[in-house]
Design a protein around this ligand. Structure first.
Ligand SMILES: [Zn+2]
Length: 63
């Protein structure tokens, strides 16, 4: 089972209308419409941030 990141619908991987890999993760879509919506703005829907790493927001130049 996979979750369509756009409409949050649960779908069977093999029944997905489309799938795409983004940031090392596979996303499955219930329809071509959701697929297009995702690819138009993947960062909005992807559960993983594109530039990895948490934290490190405050980095002062101490050395
Ligand atoms: Zn969908």
């Amino acid at each position: 089972m996979a979750t369509d990141p756009v409409c949050k619908m649960q779908i069977e991987e093999k029944q997905a209308a489309a799938k795409v890999e983004y940031a090392g993760q596979m996303y499955h879509f219930c329809s071509e419409t959701c697929h297009k919506t995702f690819t138009a703005d993947p960062q909005k829907y992807a559960s993983v941030p594109p530039h990895g790493s948490h934290g490190g927001s405050h980095r002062h130049g101490h050395s």
